[in-house]
Design a protein around this ligand. Sequence first.
Ligand code: UD1
Length: 417
Amino acid sequence: MSRLVIDGMKRLRGETTIQGSKNSALPILAATLLCGDESVLFNCPDLLDVAGSINILRYLGCDVDFSDGTLTCNSRGLDRSHIPDSLMREMRSSIIFLGALLARTGSASMCFPGGCEIGPRPIDLHLNALSEMGAVIENDHGVFQCHAPDGLNGAKIALSFPSVGATENIMICASIADGTTVITNAAREPEICDLADYLNSCGARISGAGEGTVVIDGVEKLHGTHHAIIPDRIVASTVMAACASAGGKVCLNGIIPSHLGGVISVVEESGCDISIENNTLTVASNKRLIAPRVVRTMPYPGFPTDAQAPIMAMTAKSKGTALFIENIFENRYLHVSSLLRMGANIKVEGKVAVVQGVESLHGAEVEAMDLRGAASLIVAALGAEGETTLAGLKYLDRGYENIEVVLSSLGGEVKRV
Ligand code: UD1
């Protein structure tokens, strides 16, 4: 079993280019099913979750090639509409294939995408929306059998919560459904816009992505395209938190600054200097951090739930008390027990965590329990005295591409053993 060994308190200096976004790549990979043709995706990150999607695409009959960040998928040969349990459970966001398969083949069967470490992840919003579009969905002992006997039709879908995955599933399915679909209370995350850009460049007619109402005029057919995946705003947030924790000055290249609004304001409130020029953000941390007052996770453009753990690790050593309120997932403080082992002072009560800043953290043997929790332990370890050994890298590798190489190139002492 591999682990990261991190020797802390080494200031970070230099520049790094931020990887492509996992949360954009996954729905776009599912959407390639609609084209029946070749799509070429640039800036695709090399991650376990991307490998999981490639396995599903290949099983379904697609030709996929992936090297040096360029992924080519030709979905002409698609000849299956069932995804086996083993592939569904490899990655939690595999549910995003439901809308795509249903739209392309008229049927889909797959099991529930499995339990989750950060709290229950129901898919009722996905299923209700697809039913409103004409899908008949039966739950046969945990396997969803979905058919569209009369085809899929446009519908007015009002989401009770702006779910990212449900918005994406509907957009994908509605792209080639009959008529117009209107999603209200749609998610507004940048990854929704990236998916719309990909689909529109395949010939779809989607407007309003990034706003609360998204309108999709169904077209008969899509075609292949070339598309560059947007940079990963959560990886960028993690590198900012790492620099703030360890101290130093780091330039993040290839980012989209407007995607980082909620995180930038918290990092600045913590006493770091941030400057932005075009697609480069420079973060500098030269003194003890100040605790930000309240960090509330919210749907975009609010503070992202995925950045909560790394930013919490950053605040562990700051002066004062920070309050975190996790509004998106029920069980997203799994990293706290490991931060406590490293000397942090954090109390959790339901969705609230109170972080009382301490003078210093110390290295420890810790184990990640989820993806962003893994990132938070790296952030803490970089700012801790002595050595930290981090296990549970199967979570980290779902979302971070060669993070040890990135951090080592910035002067961090991070080794995979
Ligand atoms: C996506 C991201 C994930 C991020 C999350 C919130 C991907 C691959 N993953 O996950 O990194 O943390 O957005 O920004 O893009 N919900 C329901 N019923 C549903 C669907 C969701 O109740 O049918 C609830 C969830 O339990 C959760 C909330 O809605 O409490 C947000 O979930 P959602 O926005 O759907 O997150 P994901 O798309 O799963």
